[in-house]
Design a protein around this ligand. Structure first.
Ligand code: NDP
Length: 402
């Protein structure tokens, strides 16, 4: 029985609070706060209609540490679940330390004015969380999140050593729009337009954005082109599992998405530096976000499935070299029927609920800043099975040849 404060009322926040409300034995008291309170109220109404549970709502600008500290002091949660944007990670961590609460998020901190993905800023809080006797769990979404849990579970139960790891993120959903992103467009486009980087033999190999394309046949979806990209869990996995010689991240994109993105990039619409328009400073990417469909609005029309997983090759516990593929398939329409949100929000919001459950029940405990692969994967894997993201394990003939 525990009190949680969730910050952020987008698609991910919506799924997480619906799933928390479906588990009242774990989450006895839920408050949802965000910049726009009406979005929290709409989610609270849906939660009440679907589960009968009443959640409290509040308005907060989480860029404001003092205001966030005051909110945490007032609500008195054991845990603050940050489902706002990566820009708010550090201010919410500060507020948690100041008010005395544990912290969890699904995406690593990024400064708003430079697309730079690294954990250094959040890892720098290690000593302060230890001294305060508080826990911070970083990256409890799907990727980062489940993909790292999948990796440690494979290492614990199937491998004596993992040599190579590929993370494959496929969204086979069709929302019927010419161009839209399935999560926050600004974050999505910053991620996709950044140079690709992967870890190989102790160093980062950088290649131009979207320049390495491979076709892969995804169960439940079919063949798709996937692109080599940088993704934040590469850094934490390379740090915490240094035996892995090569770690890569792949994401699928349709040709239409690539075509639109290329044009937007070429005309300067994905720039994150301010330009002056009619005497007013605007950031092109933020303006673009304002004219694109809200990810939360795509739920009703999205059909198809996601398939996200990891392929690991190494020395099996039976002494033989082997390749295992561990993945989850999630259906957009099923996700929407259950929570009113499509599968990209669902596959992030469910692991956010599970990470929060691990922390409030004390299943995962310890002062300091943790990445998810540092913790025991077993209870998390059990909850994935029970709460809507069942996983499947398959042996492949050999390492995938790409
Ligand atoms: P949305 O843009 O749909 O929602 C973000 C929410 O945060 C909105 O309600 C927004 O408010 C609110 N917000 C923004 N700034 C502030 C602020 N300063 N103070 C308070 N609230 C604020 O994003 P998603 O729900 O799609 O994503 C949420 C998070 O999940 C992001 O950090 C994203 O990177 C992460 N994510 C992680 C994934 C993973 O697998 N690990 C996958 C997908 C997403 P408003 O409505 O007023 O704008």
């Amino acid at each position: 029985m525990s009190k949680v404060l969730v910050i952020g009322a987008g698609g991910v926040g919506s799924v997480a609070v619906h799933k928390m409300a479906m588990n009242p034995d774990i989450f006895s008291d839920i408050t949802l706060a965000s910049r726009t309170k009406s979005k929290c109220d709409a989610i609270a109404e849906s939660v009440k209609a679907r589960t009968g549970v009443i959640i409290a709502t509040d308005a907060i600008d989480a860029d404001d540490v003092a205001a966030t500290r005051a909110l945490i002091k007032r609500v008195q949660p054991k845990l603050v679940v940050n489902l706002a944007l990566p820009y708010q990670d550090l201010t919410i961590m500060e507020a948690c330390l100041a008010a005395g609460a544990d912290y969890m998020d699904t995406a690593n901190y990024e400064p708003i004015d430079v697309a730079k993905f690294e954990y250094s800023w959040q890892w720098a809080y290690q000593d302060r969380f230890v001294e305060a006797g508080r826990m911070a769990l970083l990256g409890s979404g799907f990727d980062p999140g489940v993909t790292s849990v999948f990796t440690t579970w494979l290492r614990k139960h199937h491998f004596d050593r993992i040599d190579t790891l590929d993370i494959l993120d496929c969204n086979g959903g069709d929302h019927g729009q010419a161009f839209a992103t399935n999560f926050n467009p600004e974050i999505n486009i910053r991620e996709v337009t950044a140079p690709a980087r992967h870890w190989e033999n102790g160093e980062w190999i950088e290649t131009p954005a979207m320049s390495t394309k491979v076709a892969f046949d995804f169960e439940g979806v079919g063949p798709k082109n996937m692109y080599l990209m940088y993704h934040e869990e590469l850094e934490s996995l390379a740090t915490h599992l240094p035996e892995i010689k090569r770690i890569r991240f792949w994401m699928t994109f349709g040709d239409e998405y690539i075509k639109h993105l290329t044009v937007l990039q070429n005309v300067g619409m994905t720039r994150i530096d301010p330009v002056i328009y009619n005497g007013v400073e605007i950031v092109p990417l933020q303006f673009l976000k304002a004219v694109l469909p809200e990810p939360a609005s795509l739920g009703a029309t999205t059909k198809g499935k996601t398939n996200i997983g990891v392929i690991a090759t190494g020395l099996g516990k039976d002494g033989k070299e082997k390749t295992l593929y561990l993945y989850n398939i999630c259906d957009h329409e099923d996700a929407y029927a259950e929570t009113g949100n499509q599968a990209v929000s669902y596959t992030t919001g469910v692991p956010a609920m599970i990470g929060a459950a691990m922390m409030v029940t004390g299943t995962w405990a310890g002062a300091g800043v943790w990445n998810i692969e540092q913790l025991d994967p077993d209870p998390f894997m059990d909850m994935l099975m029970q709460h809507g993201l069942p996983w499947q394990l398959k042996e492949l003939d050999g390492p995938v040849g790409f």
